[in-house]
Each structure stands twice: as structure tokens, then as C-alpha cells.
Design a protein around this ligand. Structure first.
Ligand SMILES: [Zn+2]
Length: 233
């Protein structure tokens, strides 16, 4: 199976679903990480054009640790809109990834970029199947199942499915630590120790799932998106 995880910013995937991606890899599935925006606004000192390059390298290093392919869309951070051009770019991205399962932000998440990405994933996974919507790559054969990942600190999000990430928690944190520019930024801008944050969140979801560390998800319920199998690890 091919698994596509789409995050708005470099490091969203690491915080919210990297454990699950690592588990998919352990089970032999192919994983594609797509980062929609370049995260260029996440620094007090570095200018956007400088940070953008650093964050691309950090995202690539993290994807390498996971054994995942990285698709870097390079849309300006905080300025992603659901317009024609962006929708077409998402359709092409989905066609390149050819996923059976897609993981992305839940539609009510806290950040507007997350909400826009969630909507773009919803529409582009359908439109990628349409033969007369032309992009570089050929249309996909079928609609993928979509899972919404947790929100930061689980705010306003009630998972319906869990993945045991206990065996890979240290690797998940190692992926986050590839984003050194953000480890510092999150401390200075948001007063968050991100390593501690990831452990506490994993432990909290683990309490519901009956394991030490877990990640929580909700499957998109819509016509054509159902499944008779469990597709999460
Ligand atoms: Zn984000």
C-alpha cells in the first residue's frame, strides 16, 4: 500500500502522525510525506528566503529517517489559499503519490493553513481521478481513504482509531529533532518544549488506547471513502 501524509507546514507530520508513518514503514508500506507550505515565517531572526531553504533540508532529513519520499510544494507559509492554481498543484501531487490511504489535518484544526490543506486534500483526491482534468501525471484509479490526524494537544479532537506508537516513539522524536529551527522557534514563540509535548500527547492518547504511546485519528466518513479493512497499522 502507498500512504500519503499531507501537512501544512514542515514539522506538522512529525508532531501529529510520524509514529504511524514509521509503523507503516516497518510493515513494508511505501510512505510519501507532502509538505504544502515552506514554513518560511517560523523564525524571529532568519529572513523567509533563508529559512525556507533550511526548512526544506530539515524536512528532507526527517523524511530520510522515516524512509519516506518527500514532496515539497513550496507554497508561501501563511499564504495558502484554495484557489485554482493551488487546487491543480494538489491534484498533481496526489497523482504523483498514488495513495491508497491519505492522512491530513482535520478540517476544524487551529491554524488556517491546516484547514485549507484539509479541504484541498479532500477535493484533490477526488479530482485526481478525473480523466479530463489534465496535469503532468495520469489520473489515479480510485478514491483513497482519508484519515484526519489529531490536533495540537488534542484540542477539540476526539479520535475514533488509535495506532500504538510505543515501539517507535524515540524515532518519532528523532524525526522532530531534524527540525532544529523549529525546536528553538516553538520554545521562543509558543513556550513549548516540543519533545516533552510529543511525549505527553502520545502518553495521553495512549491512555485511551491502552498502550504506552499512541496517535489518534478519525476517518473521513463520506460516500466512496469507506473501507471494510483496518488500514492503519
Ligand atoms: Zn502547522
Amino acid at each position: 500500500m502507498r500512504v500519503l501524509a499531507v501537512g501544512a507546514h514542515p514539522d506538522d507530520i512529525e508532531i501529529l502522525c510520524a509514529g504511524t508513518l514509521l509503523r507503516y514503514r516497518q510493515e513494508g508500506h511505501e510512505v510519501v510525506i507532502c509538505v504544502a507550505t515552506n514554513g518560511e515565517q517560523g523564525h524571529f531572526v532568519l529572513k523567509p528566503e533563508e529559512l525556507r531553504e533550511i526548512r526544506h533540508q530539515e524536512a528532507q532529513a526527517s523524511a530520510n529517517l522515516c524512509g519516506a519520499e518527500l514532496i515539497w510544494m513550496d507554497i508561501p507559509d501563511e499564504f495558502i489559499y484554495h484557489d485554482h492554481e493551488t487546487r491543480m498543484a494538489f491534484i498533481e501531487m496526489v497523482r504523483k503519490a498514488r495513495p491508497g490511504v491519505v492522512i491530513t489535518h482535520n478540517p476544524e484544526d487551529y491554524h488556517m493553513d491546516h484547514r485549507v490543506v484539509s479541504e484541498l486534500v479532500f477535493v484533490s483526491t477526488f479530482m485526481a481521478t478525473l480523466p479530463h482534468v489534465e496535469t503532468k501525471s495520469p489520473p489515479t484509479a480510485r478514491l483513497p481513504v482519508i484519515y484526519y490526524m489529531d490536533s495540537l494537544a488534542g484540542a477539540q479532537f476526539i479520535p475514533t482509531e488509535y495506532v500504538d506508537i510505543t515501539p517507535v516513539i524515540e524515532q518519532k522524536i528523532a524525526m522532530m529533532e531534524c527540525h532544529q529551527s523549529q525546536v528553538r522557534w516553538l520554545k521562543e514563540h509558543d513556550n513549548i518544549d516540543i519533545t516533552d509535548f510529543i511525549r505527553v500527547m502520545g502518553r495521553f492518547r495512549g491512555l485511551s488506547a491502552g498502550v504506552m504511546y499512541a496517535e489518534g485519528f478519525r476517518r473521513l466518513e463520506a460516500w466512496g471513502r469507506g473501507t471494510v479493512k483496518r488500514l492503519l497499522p
